[in-house]
Design a binder for this molecule. Structure first.
Ligand code: COA
Ligand code: AMP
Length: 635
């Protein structure tokens, strides 16, 4: 079954996706299924007309789901819970869309959203979609500078934020972050809408500030504006290899079709069931599987403002599954590593009836075999690793639970999802055989739902994804197929690192560290961490004549990355060194540094300029207990 469906999706993509498009209530069904633009990139459903807000809300109300919960909100950090039905959600969204329209927001305008995990974040996103405006949600753990970069690039007419986020027992005021970001940005939005939360009232002192409730009170509901299938729904910035994040542009029609298809074939979710994705609206998983896909499917989405542990304990997920009768649960492996650390025998799980759960899905980083086995032994339901990225918007490889479940293999995301012609190429662009590791690429055309471009930067779209192997999309991951056609994703081949399922750029951290006046040269590498998967470590050479205190410099650099990128970068280790191992052409040997920090065997490459530098760095890492450097051995 899987194999037939996969083959059809690759051999007859137009016929296959024309069929899948019937899952969506279009205003005008598409007649052109697949088209190529002037740069030869696939465009799906260009002449179809729809509105994703209509498909996810109004349509279900019209079909009799008005009284069904659309959102369960559970926030242990504020001790609050709320249920919002499909009819209530449609009405709230329509009113807030009316408020945005009153502020001048129209089809094609951009709106930046900086909000914690509250239902209003979803209201704001759907309200933009209702008007045909393009939202760009920025994760709350990013600092003002990161927000400023996104504001400057997206040029939003309006910024929407909450007065605060709540991280464990800490209340984090957001307004100062917004004000600082707008101050730093050369582009200035026309309005800033603030949702006042009980935990902290923001001062609305700027001329552009508006109070969410006051705006909504005055607003009349707005109807859904029809958009074309290829019109953009959102821009989501993601870390690239440089300091400037990439604005991944998602279209509307292809995305809606892909999500609807995935809810049945991958997640096996039926209308009326409860889907829980423990991510954040600021990440792609949040966009796809908290906000849009569950509601498109007529399912209820559980929005959780809390952590896997400490809010209040490592039983939080089990409680949520039990209390809301969750049927499909999705999180990152790191969340379970945190739970396992606190409750190794999962004693807290026994307190809850989780018999409603049909499957557990994990993504965001590699599902390491020990975590897989811990979960597989613990649960009676399938534990499904699936692989995807911000750019694709939905899974590239998975065990297709709703189509044909397959035996799992620890460490593998199983098989390519229909629509994704995944191949492994070697450096020369030649196909690799089974068990041979190489670059994981996707043969064009990318299926519906994948990125339509990089916001206002077609050149970067081409150079980052399409140039390396003409005819193929470069995923940036390395991996291989085994003899049974199972795909193993082994990690990034570029400067992107994965910290607790969050994607960050070491290149960007290097730019921040390198800008410190006392720093002559630096390298930031991602090293293995048992809890978060990877953590960044900075190695820094001070400028000649530097006479300051090394520890002070290290702390300043840690503070700088926190201030410029944000706490989510988890940049907490810096070593001042005299020299860095480089090739004779001056390239820092980062892979070698990573191997040493990870305690692996390492040789001295023939291309190295100054072999003694390697020993110096190794000694420094050992002394400061960086990663497992102590175990590293020169061979
Ligand atoms: N707003 C502001 N700050 C935030 C934030 C947010 N939304 N999210 C995280 N932060 C801050 C944290 O408070 C922490 O700051 P600190 O250095 O002052 O302590 C820092 O960013 C790092 O956060 P995090 O990586 O979440 O670490 P943690 O120690 O608080 O929690 C885990 C560890 C494993 C529990 C947590 O990383 C987790 O839940 N991971 C799952 C990730 C996930 O779901 N990813 C989704 C991708 S599918
Ligand atoms: P993001 O764009 O933030 O979703 O990060 C995408 C990156 O996370 C991918 O390119 C992979 O490196 C990694 N990733 C996500 N899911 C998996 C998975 N199931 N297995 C291995 N790596 C994964």
């Amino acid at each position: 079954m899987y194999h037939d469906e996969f083959r059809r999706s690759i051999d007859q993509p137009e016929a296959f996706w024309a069929e899948q498009a019937k899952r969506i209530p279009w205003f005008t069904p598409p007649t052109t299924i697949l088209e190529y633009d002037e740069a030869n990139h696939a465009r799906w459903f260009v002449d179809g007309e729809l509105n994703i807000c209509h498909a996810a809300l109004d349509h279900h109300v019209e079909q009799g789901r008005g009284d069904q919960p659309a959102i369960y909100w559970d926030s242990p950090v504020t001790d609050s819970k709320r249920t919002i039905t499909f009819a209530e959600m449609r009405d709230q969204v329509a009113r807030f869309a009316g408020a945005l329209r009153d502020l001048g927001v129209e089809k094609g305008d951009r709106v930046v959203i900086y909000m914690p995990m509250v239902p209003e974040a979803l209201v704001a996103m759907y309200a933009c979609a209702r008007l045909g405006a393009i939202h760009s949600v920025v994760f709350g753990g990013f600092a003002p500078h990161e927000l400023a970069v996104r504001i400057e690039d997206a040029e939003p007419k309006v910024v929407i934020a909450a007065s605060c986020g709540v991280e464990g027992d800490r209340v984090l005021p957001y307004k100062p972050i917004i004000d600082a970001a707008i101050e730093q940005s050369r582009y200035k939005p026309e309005a800033c809408v603030i949702l006042q939360r009980e935990q902290h009232a923001a001062e609305l002192g700027m001329a552009i500030d508006h109070d969410w409730s006051a705006l909504v009170e005055r607003a009349a509901p707005a109807e859904c504006v029809p958009v074309k299938g290829s019109d953009p729904l959102y821009i989501l910035y993601t870390s690239g290899t440089t300091g400037k994040p990439k604005g991944v542009v998602r279209d509307t029609g292809g995305y809606a079709v892909a999500l609807a298809y995935s809810m049945e074939t991958i997640y096996d979710v039926a209308p009326g069931e409860v889907f829980f994705s423990a991510s954040d609206v600021g990440w792609v998983v949040g966009h796809s599987y908290i906000v849009y896909a569950p509601l498109l499917r007529g399912a209820t989405t559980l929005v959780y403002e809390g952590k896997p542990v400490k809010t209040p304990d490592a039983g939080a997920f089990w409680r949520l599954i039990s209390e809301y009768r969750v049927t499909s649960f999705f999180t990152a492996p790191t969340a379970f590593r945190a739970i396992k650390k606190e409750d190794p025998d999962a004693k807290l799980m026994a307190q809850y009836d989780i018999s409603c759960l049909k499957a557990l899905f994990l993504a965001g980083e590699r599902l390491d075999p020990p975590t897989f086995h811990w979960l597989d032994d613990l649960l009676t339901v399938p534990v499904i690793d699936h692989w995807w990225q911000t750019e694709t918007g939905w899974p590239i490889a998975a065990n297709l639970h709703g189509l044909e479940p397959m035996p799992t293999k620890a460490g593998s995301a199983t098989v390519p999802v229909p629509g994704f012609d995944v191949q492994i190429l070697d450096r020369e662009g030649e196909p690799s055989g089974a068990m041979e590791q190489g670059s994981v690429v996707i043969k064009q055309p990318l299926p519906p739902g994948c990125l339509a471009g990089v916001w206002r930067d077609p050149q970067r779209f081409h150079s980052a994804y399409m140039a390396a192997f003409p005819g193929y999309y470069l995923t940036g991951d390395g991996g291989y197929f085994d003899e049974d056609g199972y795909l193993f994703i082994m990690g990034r081949t570029d400067d992107v690192i994965n910290i607790a399922g969050h994607r960050l750029s070491t290149g960007e951290m290097e730019e921040v560290v390198g800008a410190h006046p006392a720093v002559a040269e630096c390298a930031v590498i991602g090293i293995h961490d048992a809890l978060k998967g990877q953590l960044p470590v900075g190695l820094v050479i001070p400028k000649d004549g530097f006479e300051g205190d090394e520890l002070t410099l290290e702390n300043e650099l840690i503070g700088l990355v926190r201030e410029k990128i944000g706490p989510i970068a988890c940049f907490k280790q810096v070593l001042v060194v005299d020299r860095l191992p480089k090739t004779r052409s001056g390239k820092i040997l980062r892979k070698l540094l990573r191997n040493i920090a990870d305690g692996q065997e390492f040789g001295v490459p023939s291309t190295i300029d100054d072999p003694a530098s390697l020993q110096d760095v190794h000694e420094a890492m050992k002394e400061r207990s960086v990663g497992a450097a102590e175990e590293a051995r020169q061979v």
